[in-house]
Ligand binder design. Structure first.
Ligand code: ADP
Ligand code: ASP
Ligand code: MG
Length: 814
C-alpha cells in the first residue's frame, strides 16, 4: 500500500488530472490511497465567496458561478460523453447545497466557524468525487471514500485536533473491507463527534494523507506538488535554490514549521512514529528525483540544510523596572498566551529577566496585547511593568539543519551576511533543539535576506553582484559592453554573477529585477521612464537586492551628493566621478566612514589615472605600514596629450580641440587645461596617503591666460585659446631652448601639494611619457631613493571602464 497526495495545483485542470492518473497507474503498488486537495485556488475562492455573502453583498452569486463553471468544465473535459450527464448532475446537486449554505450566510449576514468549515469542505469533496469518477471511467478500479467518515476530530473548527485512536481504527477497518485497487479520498476535511464538518488547517491535505499512511503502515507516503521536492529555500523566492535529495524528519519538520509550505507542519509526526518514508515529488516533472524524508539523512556533511521564513510576524515585548522582583513573571506571561490559544513562534529572553520578547502571528497580536495588559494590570498600575510594546509586519527567517549544533560560527556567519546587506535584525533565537537559528527582520528585507543567506550557505561561493549604472556616455557604454563580454568569465573564474538591474542617463532610466539583457540595454533604456535621481535611488531601495552596487560614470555633482544615501543602505559605490573625493575633506571623510560603518565599499580607483592601479597601490602601501614621503606625477592624460602634440608647427587651439574630439578631455576641457582636474587628483592621492588637505590649499601655477580661465562656456574658451596662441608658443620655445619637454606635474611633499607646468630634461622619468599616459612616482619609507612607479594609459573610455570594472570585482571579492 502506498498513499499518494496531490495538491491543488496538481489537480487544477483536466490536463493535470490526466497526468495524475498516469502517476497513480505507475505507482508500483498493488493498492493505492489517493488523497486530493480542492482544485487549485478553490479553497481561497470559497473563503472569499462566503466572505462576500456574509457582508450581504449579492456579488457572492457571481463568485459562486465561477466556482461552479470551473468544476463543470473539468467534468466535461475529462469524462466521455456517455457518462458525463450522471456525473454533471451529481456535481450540480452538490453545488446546489453549497448555494443554499451561501444564501443562508447572505441572509443572516454572518459566517460561523462551523459554517465556514462546511462551506470549504465542498472544494475537496468535489475534486475527490470527480477524480474518482474519472479514474473509473478510464479503466482503473477506483472507489471514492468520504474522509469525514474516517477522520474524527474535536470541534475546533478551522484547525481541528485529530482523535488518532478512533480515526486509525476507522481507517484500518475501512481499508480491510474495501478491496478496490485505488481509493480516492478528499484531504483536509474531517468530522467531529457531533457530526459536523471540521477541517485540519490550511494546507491540511498533506496531514490527511499522512494520517492514513501511518494508520495503514503504508510502504511510503508520496506528496505530489508543483515543485521538485523540498528545496534549500522557497524556489519561488530564491531562484538558485535546489531540491534537497534526502533530509531527516526533524529537519523537514523544522523547515515546514518555519514556513516551507511544501509540507504542512503536522504532516511529519504520524509517519515519523512509524518510520515510514515520505517522498516529495513534482506532478509536472515526475522523473525528477524529489526529496526523500526518513529518520536519518545520509548527507551528514552539510550543516545548514535549508532556509525558511514565516511572514506576518509581530514582536511583543514586556519590559519594566520591576520585572526582576516579581516572581514567576514569565510563567504567568506564557500562561496568559496559552489560555488565549495564541501560539508563540519565537521567544527571546535576556538572561537578566529584564524583558521578555516573543514573536507571534500578526493577526494574534491585538488579542495577545489585550490579554497580557489585562493580566498585568496591577503591576502596570504600580509602574513596575510597561504596557506591551508591539512591532508588526516582520518576518522570521531560519537556518535549519540537524548538525548545526556541532558547528561553531554559523550564527556569526549568518549575522555578518545579513549585516553586510543592511538587513536590520530585530530579534534572534536559537531553537531549543539547536536545529535552527532564527532571526526576526522587516518583511521588506525577506527576499534579500533569503537570497544572500542562500548564497553564503549553499552556492559554493557564487556571489551575485547587482549593479545600478548611472551614465551611459563613452565610459558607461564601454563598461556595459565589457560586462556583457566578461559575464561568463566572471562566473567561471571569479565565481561572480554580475547583473545590471538598473541603468540611467540624464534622460531615461530603466530597471529589470531579473537583470537587464546587456545586448539590448540601449533600446530598453529608450523605452524606460523619465530619468530622476531621487526615483532612481528609491527604486533601488525598493528592489532591495543583495550586494547592490551603484556605478557612477558621470561627472555630476548632483549624483555625487547622493552617495551617503546609498552607503547608508549598504549599497556600495564605485565611481569615476572625482567630485565627491575632491570636495571638502569633511565629505570625503564622511563617505569613508559610512563605507566602513555599513560595510559597503566606496571605490574610486578611476579618479586618478583611469584604469591604472594607482589608488589601490597606494592603499596597499599604507595598509602594510609604509609611509608616503613624496609623490611626483603626471596625472592628466589630457594635458599630456596636448603637450605631446603641441609644437611650433601646430596651434594650441587645434590640439586641444583634437584632444576633446578624441575623448581625452572632460566634456568641459577647461577643467583639464586649467589644472583643476590635476589638483583634484593630487588632492585625492594626498588624502589617501593620510593628509587632511583641502583643494584650496593646493598651489596651482596655471599656464592659461586670465581671459581663458574666466570663460563660461566651451565656445568662448576655445576662442580665448585662439586669441592667446602666441603666449602658448612662448611656452614651447622656452622649453625647447633648454632642450626640455613641457609636462604638467603634480607633486606632494611634506603634506603640501602643488601643480604646474615644468621643464622636463631628457633622461627624467617623465621625459618620454607619450600620448595620454600617466605616471606616478611614490617615494616612501620603503622606496626612499628609487620610487615605486606606476605608469601607463591614463585616459580614454576603454581603460576608464576597465578600471571601474576592476573596482566592481574588488567589491565582489570584499
Ligand atoms: P500543494 O498545493 O501541492 O500542497 P503548496 O502550495 O502547499 O502545494 O506547497 C508548494 C509550494 O511551497 C511551492 O510552490 C513553493 O512555493 C512553496 N515552498 C516554500 N518553501 C519551500 C521549500 N523550501 N521547498 C519547496 N517549496 C517551498
Ligand atoms: N485545499 C486546502 C487548502 O487550500 C487544503 C490543502 O490544499 O492542503 O488549504
Ligand atoms: Mg500544500
Amino acid at each position: 500500500m502506498k498513499v499518494l497526495k496531490f495538491g491543488g495545483t496538481s489537480v487544477a485542470s483536466a490536463d493535470v488530472i490526466r497526468q495524475v492518473r498516469d502517476i497513480v497507474n505507475h505507482a508500483e503498488s498493488d493498492r493505492v490511497a489517493v488523497v486530493v486537495s480542492a482544485l487549485g485556488g478553490v479553497t481561497d475562492r470559497l473563503l472569499e465567496t462566503m466572505d462576500i455573502a456574509s457582508r450581504q453583498d449579492a456579488a457572492y452569486r457571481k463568485a459562486l458561478k465561477g466556482i461552479e463553471d470551473r468544476h463543470l468544465e473539468v467534468v466535461r473535459e475529462l469524462m466521455p460523453m456517455k457518462s458525463q450527464s450522471g456525473i454533471l448532475s451529481k456535481v450540480k446537486s452538490e453545488l446546489n447545497v453549497l448555494e443554499t449554505l451561501l444564501d443562508g450566510a447572505f441572509y443572516i449576514g454572518e459566517i460561523t466557524p462551523r459554517l465556514s468549515d462546511r462551506i470549504v469542505s465542498f472544494g475537496e469533496l468535489l475534486s475527490a468525487f470527480i477524480i474518482s469518477e474519472y479514474f473509473t471511467s478510464s479503466g482503473l478500479t477506483a472507489e471514492f471514500k468520504d474522509s469525514r467518515e474516517l477522520l474524527l476530530t474535536d470541534q475546533n473548527h478551522g484547525k481541528a485536533a485529530v482523535d488518532f485512536k478512533e480515526s486509525n481504527k476507522r481507517i484500518r477497518e475501512y481499508f480491510e473491507q474495501e478491496k478496490a485497487a485505488v481509493v480516492v479520498l478528499p484531504g483536509f476535511i474531517a468530522s467531529s463527534e457531533d457530526g459536523n464538518v471540521t477541517t485540519l488547517g490550511r494546507g491540511g491535505s498533506d496531514f490527511t494523507a499522512s494520517i492514513i499512511a501511518a494508520a495503514l503502515e503504508a510502504e511510503e507516503l508520496q506528496i505530489w506538488t508543483d515543485v521538485s521536492g523540498m528545496y534549500t529555500a522557497n524556489p519561488k523566492i530564491v531562484k538558485q535554490a535546489k531540491p534537497i535529495a534526502h533530509i531527516s524528519y526533524e529537519e523537514a519538520m523544522e523547515l515546514s514549521h518555519f514556513g516551507a509550505k511544501v509540507l504542512y507542519p503536522p504532516t511529519v509526526q504520524p509517519v515519523l512514529a512509524k518510520g515510514l518514508p515520505i517522498l516529495i515529488k513534482n506532478t509536472f516533472e515526475p522523473d525528477a528525483p524529489g526529496t526523500l524524508i526518513t529518520r536519518k539523512s545520509p548527507e551528514e556533511g552539510r550543516t545548514v540544510r535549508g532556509i525558511s521564513y514565516i511572514p506576518g510576524i509581530s514582536l511583543l515585548s514586556l519590559e519594566g523596572p520591576g520585572m526582576i522582583g516579581i516572581p514567576g513573571i514569565s510563567k504567568r506571561f506564557f500562561e496568559v498566551l496559552s489560555m488565549a490559544n495564541i501560539s508563540v513562534v519565537l521567544i527571546t529572553q535576556a538572561s537578566s529577566e529584564h524583558s521578555i520578547c516573543i514573536g507571534i502571528a500578526d493577526e494574534d497580536a491585538p488579542r495577545a496585547i489585550r490579554e497580557i495588559d489585562k493580566a498585568f494590570s496591577y503591576e502596570r498600575s504600580q509602574g513596575k511593568i510597561k504596557p506591551v510594546a508591539h512591532e508588526k509586519d516582520l518576518a522570521i527567517i531560519a537556518l535549519v539543519g540537524d548538525q548545526m549544533k556541532n558547528h561553531q560560527g554559523l550564527s556569526g556567519r549568518m549575522f555578518s551576511t545579513l549585516g553586510k546587506n543592511n538587513v536590520n535584525i530585530r530579534a534572534i533565537a536559537q531553537g531549543a533543539s539547536e536545529r535552527n537559528i532564527s532571526a526576526v527582520i522587516r518583511k521588506e528585507d525577506v527576499k534579500k535576506a533569503l537570497n544572500t543567506l542562500h548564497e553564503t550557505f549553499f552556492e559554493e561561493n557564487i556571489k551575485q553582484l547587482n549593479l545600478f549604472v548611472l551614465g551611459t556616455g563613452n565610459v558607461g557604454a564601454k563598461l556595459l559592453e565589457q560586462l556583457r563580454k566578461q559575464k561568463k568569465y566572471l562566473k567561471d573564474h571569479l565565481r561572480l554573477n554580475v547583473r545590471v538591474l538598473g541603468i540611467s542617463n540624464s534622460r531615461k532610466m530603466y530597471f529589470d529585477e531579473q537583470g537587464i539583457p546587456l545586448q539590448q540595454w540601449s533600446d530598453l533604456l529608450q523605452k524606460g521612464l523619465k530619468a530622476d535621481p531621487k526615483e532612481f535611488f528609491k527604486t533601488i531601495q525598493h528592489i532591495n537586492a543583495r550586494n547592490s552596487i551603484l556605478v557612477d560614470n558621470t561627472a555630476s555633482e548632483k549624483v555625487a551628493e547622493r552617495y551617503p544615501q546609498y552607503l547608508r543602505e549598504s549599497i556600495s559605490v564605485v565611481t569615476c566621478n572625482k567630485i565627491a573625493c575632491s570636495s571638502a575633506y569633511r565629505n570625503y571623510k564622511q563617505l569613508k566612514d559610512l563605507a566602513s560603518q555599513y560595510r559597503a565599499p566606496f571605490l574610486f580607483e578611476t579618479n586618478v589615472g583611469a584604469g591604472l592601479p594607482i589608488i589601490d597601490t597606494l592603499k596597499n602601501l599604507v595598509a602594510s605600514g609604509d609611509e608616503v614621503r613624496e609623490i611626483k606625477a603626471v596625472l592628466s592624460g589630457s594635458l599630456n596629450f596636448v603637450f605631446d602634440h603641441f609644437n611650433e608647427d601646430t596651434s594650441f587651439h587645434d590640439v586641444v580641440r583634437q584632444a576633446q574630439e578624441e575623448g581625452y578631455t572632460e566634456p568641459d576641457p577647461k577643467i583639464d587645461l586649467s589644472g583643476i582636474d590635476v589638483m583634484r587628483k593630487i588632492l585625492i592621492l594626498a588624502r589617501e596617503s593620510g593628509f587632511q588637505l583641502e583643494l584650496s590649499e593646493i598651489e596651482n601655477r596655471s599656464f592659461l591666460p586670465e581671459e581663458a580661465l574666466k570663460t563660461r562656456d566651451n565656445d568662448s574658451f576655445f576662442a580665448a585659446l585662439k586669441k592667446h596662441e602666441s603666449s602658448f608658443q612662448k611656452l614651447v620655445k622656452a622649453a625647447k631652448a633648454k632642450k626640455c619637454k613641457l609636462k604638467f606635474v603634480a607633486s606632494l611633499k611634506d603634506g603640501k601639494a602643488s601643480v604646474g607646468l615644468q621643464h622636463i630634461p631628457a633622461g627624467h622619468d617623465f621625459y618620454s611619457l607619450a600620448g595620454s599616459d600617466n605616471i606616478v612616482l611614490f617615494y616612501t619609507k620603503r622606496y626612499p631613493k628609487q620610487p615605486l612607479i606606476v605608469k601607463g594609459a591614463g585616459a580614454g573610455a576603454d581603460v576608464t571602464a576597465s578600471g571601474i570594472f576592476a573596482d566592481i570585482i574588488r567589491v565582489g571579492t570584499y
